[in-house]
Design a protein around this ligand. Structure first.
Ligand code: CP
Ligand code: NVA
Length: 307
C-alpha cells in the first residue's frame, strides 16, 4: 500500500489518479474480505450533511464508520439549513473542530467546493448536481469483482447525461476503460466534461463516445442506467418520460449488448422507465452488489484519506 492519500478531499473523480482509484478499490476489497479487526476509524467521527434524500449514501457511510470502529452523525436538510442559517464557510470551520471528515450531498457543486475550501478536514462529495464520485468507486469495485479488470472494458451508459454520467466518464478515462454515453438529443453530458474526459482518456487509452444512437451499445461489457429525472428535476419528470422512452435497459438493449454484459444501476430505480423490473433481476444484473459495494468502496476511501 504505497500511496499516501491522507487529508485529501474527494469532490470529483478527477481528484484521484487512476493508480489512486485502484489503491482505494483494493483497500475496499480487502475490508470486504477481512473486515476491520484493527478498527481503522477508532475514535473518528464523520459528519454527513444532506440537502437531498438518501438511502444508500447515508446508510453505507454510517454503517461503514461503525464497522471500522468510528461514528457518523447525520445532519438532515433541516438540521443545519446549509447556506441559510449560517454560511457554508462557518459550517466548514465549526465542523472541522469536532469531526475528522465531512461528507456532503448538495444541490450545487460549488457548495462542496466551498466546504472543502474552508474545512481543515477532508470533504467528500456524496452527490452534487455535477458529480457523484462515491458511486463510481462502488461501480468500479463491482465491475472488478465480476470482470476481473477495468481497463480495456467498455461501459455503456444509457439515459440522462447527469452527475452519475459525468463521474463515470471521468473515472473511465482515468482507469483506461472505454465509455459510451447514449442520451436523447439535448440531454448529453456537459461538453466540458466530454472534452476533459477525452483529454484524460487520451493518456490512458480510454475511448469516450457520446451519441444519441442506441445501436452504439453493441458489444458493451457493462450496461449502466440511472433515473431520467434526478433529484431537483421533479418538475420535468413527466415531460422526460416521453423524451427518454427509448433510452432504457430492457430485453432489447440486452440483445444489442454483449450476452455477458453486466447491468448496473446506481438506484433508486424507476422500474418500467429507465430499466424494466425483469431485466433488473436477471443474473446479468449486479445492482444489489453495487449497492452493497458503496459501503466497501467508501470504507477504502475513508481509511485512505482520514489520518
Ligand atoms: N445511489 C445513491 O446515491 O443512492 P441514495 O440516493 O439512496 O444515497
Ligand atoms: N442522478 C441521480 C442519482 C441518484 C443517486 C440524482 O442526482 O438524483
Amino acid at each position: 500500500m504505497g500511496l499516501n492519500l491522507e487529508g485529501r478531499h474527494f469532490l470529483s473523480m478527477l481528484d484521484l489518479s487512476g493508480e489512486e482509484i485502484v489503491e482505494i478499490l483494493n483497500r475496499g476489497l480487502a475490508g470486504k474480505r477481512d473486515g476491520y479487526p484493527h478498527r481503522p476509524m477508532k475514535d473518528k467521527t464523520l459528519a454527513m450533511i444532506f440537502q437531498k434524500p438518501s438511502l444508500r449514501t447515508r446508510v453505507s457511510f454510517e454503517s461503514g464508520m461503525t464497522r471500522m470502529g468510528g461514528h457518523a452523525i447525520y445532519l438532515s436538510p433541516t438540521d443545519i439549513s446549509l447556506g441559510k442559517r449560517e454560511t457554508t464557510e462557518d459550517i466548514a470551520l465549526v465542523l472541522s473542530r469536532y469531526v475528522d471528515v465531512i461528507m456532503a450531498r448538495v444541490f450545487g457543486h460549488a457548495i462542496v467546493e466551498d466546504l472543502a475550501k474552508h474545512a481543515t478536514v477532508p470533504v467528500i462529495n456524496g452527490l452534487s448536481d455535477f458529480e457523484h464520485p462515491c458511486q463510481i468507486l462502488a461501480d468500479f469495485l463491482t465491475i472488478l469483482e465480476r470482470k476481473g479488470r477495468l481497463d480495456g472494458l467498455t461501459t455503456c451508459y444509457i439515459g440522462d447525461g447527469n452527475n452519475v454520467a459525468h463521474s463515470l466518464m471521468y473515472g473511465a478515462a482515468l482507469v483506461g476503460m472505454n465509455m459510451t454515453v447514449i442520451t436523447p438529443e439535448g440531454y448529453e453530458p456537459l461538453a466540458e466534461v466530454t472534452q476533459k474526459a477525452r483529454e484524460v482518456g487520451a493518456t490512458t487509452g480510454s475511448r469516450i463516445t457520446v451519441t444519441n444512437d442506441l445501436s452504439a451499445a453493441a458489444g458493451a461489457d457493462v450496461l449502466y442506467t440511472d433515473v431520467w429525472a434526478s433529484m431537483g428535476q421533479e418538475a420535468e419528470a413527466q415531460a422526460r418520460k416521453k423524451i427518454f422512452e427509448k433510452y432504457r435497459i430492457d430485453g432489447e438493449t440486452m440483445r444489442i449488448a454483449d450476452a455477458d454484459a453486466m447491468i448496473l444501476h446506481c438506484l433508486p430505480a424507476h422500474y418500467g422507465d429507465e430499466i424494466d423490473y425483469a431485466t433488473s433481476r436477471t443474473t446479468n444484473s449486479a445492482i444489489f452488489d453495487q449497492a452493497e459495494n458503496r459501503m466497501h468502496a467508501q470504507n477504502g476511501l475513508l481509511a485512505a484519506i482520514v489520518g
